[in-house]
Design a protein around this ligand. Structure first.
Ligand SMILES: Nc1ncnc2c1ncn2[C@@H]1O[C@H](COP(=O)(O)OP(=O)(O)OP(=O)(O)O)[C@@H](O)[C@H]1O
Ligand code: SF4
Ligand SMILES: [Mg+2]
Length: 346
């Protein structure tokens, strides 16, 4: 049986909205942006777990919570460590899992070695004043990896070779502006990999790249997954990209997972009206016609995460809305074969 490397239960992240003076004077209660609003999922060791959804549905927030860059409002995140963290016999490792809530600050660094993130923006996420060498050396120095410059150089050269920036000598003294978008994203990937992580959250890693280099970067990520034994949480708004790389996929809408299934099952037998609408919006990606194009009329824009509709949060836009949908939130349930859906139709 495959181990679960990550378990997330009822994860929530709410951001308080500043009240206006009149709201304060009228004793109105504070409101919140419910960026992530009760999300549960697990990721198997070695798989590519995808999170898809439109802008603002909470994908990045989920990724940042999983990498412990931000703290949750509620819920549980458990990670199965495999190196130094696993050897620490302490109360924060329960049943072989690190419980993020219990992890003392002094051990967060060890978690960072194992759980890394690749950011969306290859232009903004690299310091323009640092050379590629110093961008890659920095995490090694912070984490005390490599006894001397020579050892660190070996690691830097190895990771540059791995991301196909070869020969490394040609790249180490360059600055980010001297690289193409695709090359910069390779540096971003190298930076995420240099500490030897097991779990990598990739937040829209190809969405800002030219279409011509997207497939190359995705292929590189798949090669690295095998050669370095990685597990990915892959975040994208693009179902065609998800279809290319993912094993299982979760569809998020306004801070919640509304459907989850194996990738093939989801594109061939989508159940949730929102998923059907997303698939109908994907242009036919190739001649084999993987996506069956369906016409699902979906009205309006995604509501604000500060004003989540009552009942089913998709109901104002759903062509199949029923009375119960306006009153009660549908629980997510398994309709068979690990296909989960949150909709009163099922
Ligand atoms: N630091 C913050 N303070 C207040 N609201 C925030 C903050 N970060 C995110 N949000 C809000 O939380 C919601 C989810 O944001 P998030 O960035 O996670 O969405 P996303 O799915 O990654 O969107 P995109 O596809 O545009 O990247 C949005 O409504 C966003 O405005
Ligand atoms: S619960 Fe109702 S409103 Fe929500 S997606 Fe299902 S049918 Fe549509
Ligand atoms: Mg995002």
């Amino acid at each position: 049986m495959v181990d679960k490397i990550l378990i997330v239960e009822d994860l929530r992240k709410y951001y308080p909205i500043r009240r206006s003076l009149s709201e304060i004077l009228m004793f109105k209660r504070g409101r919140y942006v419910r960026a992530v609003d009760g999300v549960s999922f697990y990721v198997n060791d070695g798989e590519v777990y995808c999170i898809v959804g439109e802008s603002g549905c909470g994908k990045t927030t989920t990724g940042r919570l999983v990498t412990k860059l931000i703290e949750p409002t509620g819920g549980v995140i458990r990670y199965k460590p495999s190196s130094a963290l696993a050897r620490i016999n302490n109360e924060f490792v329960v049943g072989g899992y690190v419980d993020y809530r219990r992890l003392p600050k002094k051990y967060v660094k060890l978690l960072r070695r194992e759980v890394q993130i690749i950011f969306q923006d290859p232009y903004g996420s690299l310091d323009p004043r640092q050379t590629i060498y110093s961008i890659l050396e920095e995490p090694l120095v912070i984490h005390g990896i490599g006894n001397d410059r020579k050892e660190r150089e070996e690691l830097i050269f190895k990771v540059l070779e791995d991301v196909k920036l070869s020969p490394p000598e040609e790249f180490i003294n360059r600055y980010p502006h001297m690289l193409s978008g695709g090359q910069r994203q390779r540096v971003n990937i190298a930076r995420a990999l240099i500490l030897g992580p097991k779990l990598v959250v990739a937040d829209e890693p190809v969405s800002m790249l030219d279409v011509s280099v997207r497939a190359e970067i995705l292929q590189l990520m798949m090669d690295l997954k095998i050669s370095r034994g990685l597990t990915y949480v892959f975040i994208t708004h693009d179902l065609a990209v998800a279809n290319y790389i993912c094993d299982r996929v979760a569809v998020m809408y306004l801070g919640k997972i509304v459907e989850e299934a194996d990738m093939l099952k989801l594109v061939n037998e989508p159940l949730h009206p929102y998923t059907k609408a997303l698939i109908s919006a994907v242009p036919e990606p190739n001649p084999s016609n993987r996506f069956k194009i369906r016409e699902v009329p979906i009205v309006g824009e995604v509501p604000s995460a500060a004003a989540v509709p009552p009942g089913c949060r998709f109901h104002p836009r759903c062509p199949y809305v029923m009375d119960v949908c306006r009153r009660e939130e549908p629980p997510i349930k398994d309709v068979g074969g690990n296909h989960l859906v949150a909709c009163w139709l099922y």
